[in-house]
Design a protein around this ligand. Structure first.
Ligand code: GLP
Length: 248
């Protein structure tokens, strides 16, 4: 695990965008795993800028998003489908058929999870997975006490997550209670992973991910066992890390 501490949220996004852009330059038909939330927005902005200014080409790129709320269709402005279109896909030249996000409206969630896993495998697996982190150290929607062996599956959201995500809704009662998420195994099978975090409210989760015990109580801690992870932080999110953490 390598840790990169940047000066600001924008700088964090820039460093993440450099890694994603480098991946696409080296392998134009890369398979990217993508995240939603406020954290990766500065990365998406930078990637859109690189696409516009120097023509970073997404025409052969395939994407798989981490998760979606159950019960939300793509036209719902709170859905992760909508989020991805608004902040990223509609600004780049990715082919709609190469964009994949779990279907939150699937009648059979187990079958949807299996379909998603098969699709990832059929595309040759994820080359680079982008992650944010929840305040409780969740990745995707893999909440504390997750099973590390899980693949894409239905999850019940923690109260803490519901509260944290209620800032995007009119009130807390509107936040869905369930989601469909890539599992820890799906994430761990990616060739490379970048984990982004900004702000003081993520400092504890970052500490657990980087320095804590590897335990299902802190799902992101499993990343310590992955062979190619870069953690990209702003100063506030890095606040609790000891000085001896290997940084680049
Ligand atoms: C959400 C998403 C995660 C995201 C996390 C942090 O619940 N499922 O993929 O990383 O919470 O969100 P934010 O970046 O808005 O803090």
């Amino acid at each position: 695990m390598r840790v990169l501490i940047t000066d600001s949220y924008d700088q964090m996004g820039l460093e993440a965008a450099k890694i994603v852009a480098g991946q696409i330059y080296l392998k134009p038909n890369s398979v990217l795993g993508l995240a939603t939330g406020s954290t990766p927005l500065s990365m998406y902005e930078r990637l859109v800028a690189v696409h516009r200014t120097v023509g970073l080409d997404f025409s052969e790129v395939t994407t798989f998003n981490l998760d979606e709320y159950i019960g939300m269709g793509p036209d719902n402005p709170q859905s992760y489908h909508y989020f991805m279109q608004k902040h990223f896909f509609k600004h780049i030249n990715i082919k709609p058929e190469n964009v994949h996000i779990p279907n939150g409206m699937a009648q059979d969630v187990i079958a949807e999870g299996e379909r998603y896993e098969q699709l990832i495998a059929a595309k040759g697996g994820i080359d680079l997975q982008v992650l944010g982190i929840g305040q409780n150290a969740h990745i995707g929607f893999n909440e504390p006490d997750v099973k590390f062996a899980a693949t894409t599956h239905k999850v019940e959201l923690d109260e803490e997550t519901i509260l944290a995500n209620s800032r995007f809704f009119n009130n807390v009662d509107e936040v869905p209670r369930y989601a469909i998420s890539m599992g820890i195994k799906t994430i761990m099978m990616a060739e490379r992973v970048i984990l982004l975090a900004n702000g003081r409210n993520k400092a504890r989760a970052v500490y657990k991910a980087v320095c804590g015990d590897v335990t299902p109580e802190a799902p992101a801690s499993i990343l310590q066992l992955h062979r190619d992870v870069v953690v990209i932080l702003d100063k506030e999110a890095a606040e609790l890390l000891p000085a001896n953490v290997v940084s680049i």
